[in-house]
Every structure is written in C-alpha cells, then in structure tokens.
Design a protein around this ligand. Structure first.
Ligand code: ADP
Ligand code: MG
Ligand code: ZN
Length: 489
C-alpha cells in the first residue's frame, strides 16, 4: 500500500543530506575593527560613523588589538590552529550599504584553521570539524522608508568572526545543535553576546543531497543570513524536501544563494552562486600582515574559562549527574554557576540530582537559561528550599507552593514556611487522627479495598493529604495508612 509516510521513508533511504554552516558572530569590543567608533547599539541612524568606517578615500584602517584577542580566544576554544601569519584581503563587491565598495576580510590566509566542536546526537557525541576562523568587518544597513531608501552605517566596521564548518552535519537538528554549541562557547569565552535577535549571531546554511552510496558531494544551495535556531532547522528541512523533489524528477539542483522567508517557512532564490574570483580578492594594501607570537596565543589560552564540554564532564562525575542533566546545566556559564551555588548552599552533594531537577524544571520555567541573573529566586534561597525538603521540614509538594511564593516575595523559604505555617506535620498523633477520620468517612472505598481493589491506597493517601492541607509527611501517611488498613482486613 502506498502511504505518504512510505514515500517519505523511501526518500530518506535514498538521499543523505550534507550540511555545512558559516557562522558570523559580532565580537564584544567597545570600538569598531578599524577605527575608534563605538560598537554600541543605538536606534538613531549614523551616530557611530567616521571617515574610516564610512569608507572615504584617503583614510587608513588601524586594526583593533582587542578584536584579535577575541578572535584568537574563540579559535582556541574550538581547537583551531592559530596561524603565525594571517592576511587581510579586500573582497570587492558593490552594495549601497558598503560604501567603500569592498569589505575587509581574510581569504587565503585566515587567522586559524582545522578545529572541531562536539555535539550530541541520539546519545552519541559527534565531532564537527571546523575549516577556518577568520576576521572581517560588517557592512552597514539599508533602511527603506516611505520617502525612499537610506543607509545606516552604525554597523559598518563592526568586528565579526566567521566560523566555517566542514560539511559534517547530516540533519537540521545537528545543525542547530552545532550552532547552539558555538553560541554557548562564544558566551563562555566572553567573545560575543551571541544575541541573535540583534543580529549579533547569524549563519548561512549550505545544503546538498547525495545518493546514500555516493562519495561525491552533491550540488549545494546556500541559504543566507538566518538568525534563529528554529529558522535554521526550518530552512534546512525545506531545502532537503525541495532538492529531493528536484533530484527525483531527474533534474539538477542549481548552485545558488537563497534567502529564507520566515513567514512562509520557505527558501527562495536570491542570485546564482558567486564564485571566489567574482570578488577579485587581493591582499589589503592598507594593512600589514598579522603576525601572532606564541606568547600572545599562550597568554590568551591561559585566560580561557572552563568550557561547556569540560564542565559537563566534571558535573557528571563530581555530582553524579546523568549526562543529560549535565549538558543542560552547562549550556550557559551563569546557569552552571547558579547550580553549583545551590548545591553548595544545601550542603548536600548527594542531593545534587534533586538540585538539578529543581533548577532544570522549576527555575527554567520562570527564567530562560541565558537570563539567570534576572531570577527572582536566588541560588542561596533555592539551596535553602532543598535543604528544607531533605530535612523533612516540608514535603516536595509544599515546596512547589513555597517556590511560587518565593518568586513573588523574593523572601527566604524559611521565613515563608514559618510565616504561613507550612511546616510538614510529622507528629504521629496528628497523622493517625487524620487517617482514622478518612477511613471512617470512606467506608465504601474501604470495603472495596478489603475486597482486593488495592489501587484505592493512593486515593486514601490523597484524602489524608487533602485533610491536612498537604502538610502531612507523606512517608508517615503511607506507613500509618498501611497499618490501619491491615488492621481492617
Ligand atoms: P563559500 O560559500 O564562501 O564559497 P566554501 O566553498 O568554503 O565557501 O563553503 C562554505 C560552506 O559550505 C562550508 O561550511 C562547507 O562545509 C559547505 N559546503 C561545501 N560544499 C558543500 C556541499 N556540497 N554540500 C553542503 N555543504 C557544503
Ligand atoms: Mg558561503
Ligand atoms: Zn568609524
């Protein structure tokens, strides 16, 4: 029988997607790459512009040392070889927002080559190789208004690094994982804020298909300038389907540059693919080659923090956490630090898994991982809350209520528990009284239970908890209920 599902399966058996990413990240320098203009984001147009970044003739670029520091740091963090000599090159093309008529980039002698990062795929890790990391300047922005089009040069000359992967990615999911990993490393190293909404991190995705058995790569399409993880996935999925249809029809995929239309979830052709020679690359005559001494590199290597992969390994062993928890906890440096503070406050390393559950579920429900510093619940207070649970002062269920209250009042859980009388009732007499009351009121269910419907045990527990407003110690309730029900049998 032919079902749509079947045809899709067949297609995936026949074709294999090959994906490579070119990732652009804005470096976190205070000034632009070749002049002293500020890199600060302002809504007013053409505030941060000077003759150099406006591209006026007769001006000369001067390389920003801090931008090189950042670029080297990132290259080291993704295990690249830093080249002793690298060369800036002119990439010539005309755009209204590129007033110089060329972009200063690096071409055949990039800053760094041959690195890798690791991503997780279905319980396995996979190394994605990095071809190169190079530095370049950003262009300005065209603004289309009612009375015409204008150009805003605030972004012209903003320092970028471009990180180019080998075509080692096989699915949309792998591609977005790869991008997430890069963003995480960019933020750990302080090289870039990775803010995708502001365009400080964006990427071009290259997608081709080939027959599963083929060694040769297929013809690729490149989708430019995507600025969200979801759009990266959508664009790739769309391209895979589009190209599969072309190939199944016996036709050839065009090598071209495309754009992604987020509203329609589709890519569309922008231009046929340009070749390197179209850009008339040549070494930038206004800049000398960039020579990087070993000591400079080692100095920067020494400044690298513990990176997400190392941190995840340490978390897994030191706190006995599942890999899954560790990977989520280390995605942001501040989140990882928050977690460690919670564990330290609760003074109970063996409860690290409980702390992980609270951070990953309750905390991340109220703040996003990259905005932990805005959390209304401090790590110290969450640590105290966990201590209250494990020492039996409150139950896990009441703890959720307390957490809600902590969110609003920002008070310590100890104060909330005392003020609102939320202490767990571990007084046997009180629990026995409640159990007896429930069993007396629920004669019918007790009969059923006696006749073998043991599922009703949970029902009785629920009734006792309800009667005690959730405050009875659940372990004690269980124990006493069992005893009292056994007596009735
Ligand atoms: P450019 O796009 O500037 O011409 P490259 O040719 O070096 O630069 O390739 C850029 C990106 O395209 C890299 O990430 C590379 O992995 C990827 N790529 C190259 N060939 C293919 C292919 N056949 N299918 C998918 N991706 C590819
Ligand atoms: Mg490209
Ligand atoms: Zn300037």
């Amino acid at each position: 029988m032919k079902t749509p599902m079947k045809t899709k399966d067949k297609r995936e058996d026949r074709f294999e997607a090959v994906i490579g990413l070119e990732v652009h990240a804005q470096l976190r320098t205070k000034s632009k790459i070749f002049c002293g203009c500020s890199t600060q984001f302002v809504s007013e147009e053409n505030v941060h512009v000077c003759p150099v970044c406006a591209g006026l003739p007769g001006t000369l670029p001067v390389l920003n040392r801090k931008a090189v520091d950042f670029a080297i740091k990132m290259a080291l963090a993704v295990h690249c070889q830093i080249k002793e000599t690298s060369v800036f090159a002119r990439k010539n093309y005309f755009y209204p927002d590129l007033t110089k008529g060329y972009q200063i980039s690096q071409y055949d002698q990039p800053l760094a080559e041959e690195g890798w990062v690791e991503i997780q795929t279905d319980h396995q890790s996979k190394k994605i190789r990095i071809q190169r990391v190079h530095m370049e300047e950003d262009a300005g922005k065209n603004v289309h208004g009612k009375r015409g089009s204008y150009v805003n040069l605030n972004r012209a000359g903003i320092p970028l690094i471009e990180i180019v992967s080998y075509p080692d990615l096989a699915t949309a999911g792998e591609a977005s994982q790869f991008l997430k990993k890069l963003r995480s490393v960019l933020r750990y190293t302080g090289v870039s804020d990775g803010n995708m909404e502001e365009g400080n991190l964006r990427c071009d995705v290259n997608v081709s298909l080939r027959q599963r058995a083929d060694m040769k790569l297929g013809i690729r399409a490149e989708v430019k300038n995507i600025n969200s993880f979801r759009f990266v996935e959508k664009a790739i999925e769309f391209e895979i389907q589009r190209q599969a249809e072309i190939l199944e029809g016996g036709n050839q995929v065009l090598q071209e540059t495309r754009l992604f239309d987020a509203n329609r979830g589709e890519t569309f052709s922008m231009r046929s693919k340009e070749e390197a020679h179209d850009y008339r690359y040549f070494p930038e005559p206004d800049l000398i080659s960039l020579e990087i001494e070993k000591s400079w590199i080692e100095d920067l290597r020494g400044q690298l923090p513990e990176l997400p992969d190392e941190k995840a390994k340490r978390f897994a062993s030191q706190y006995q956490l599942p890999q899954y928890d560790a990977a989520l906890l280390v995605q942001e440096k501040e989140l990882a630090e928050y977690y460690e503070e919670v564990v330290n406050t609760s003074h109970q390393f063996k409860l690290a898994k409980l702390a992980s559950n609270w951070v990953l579920t309750e905390l991340l429900r109220i703040v996003s991982p990259d905005k932990i510093e805005t959390s209304p619940v401090s790590s110290k207070h969450l640590g105290e809350l966990i201590q209250l649970i494990t020492s039996g002062v409150i139950s896990g269920k009441i703890a959720k209520t307390v957490f809600e209250k902590m969110m609003i009042s920002r008070q310590s859980p100890k104060i909330i528990v005392e003020k609102e009388g939320l202490r767990q009732v571990s007084d046997e007499g009180v629990v026995i009284e409640a159990v007896e009351k429930v069993l007396k009121e629920r004669k019918e269910e007790v009969e059923k239970y006696k006749n073998g419907n043991e599922k009703l045990f949970g029902f009785f527990v629920g009734q006792v908890m309800k009667l005690t407003e959730g405050k009875a110690n659940p372990a004690l309730v269980n124990q006493i209920l069992k005893k009292k029900l056994a007596e009735k049998k």
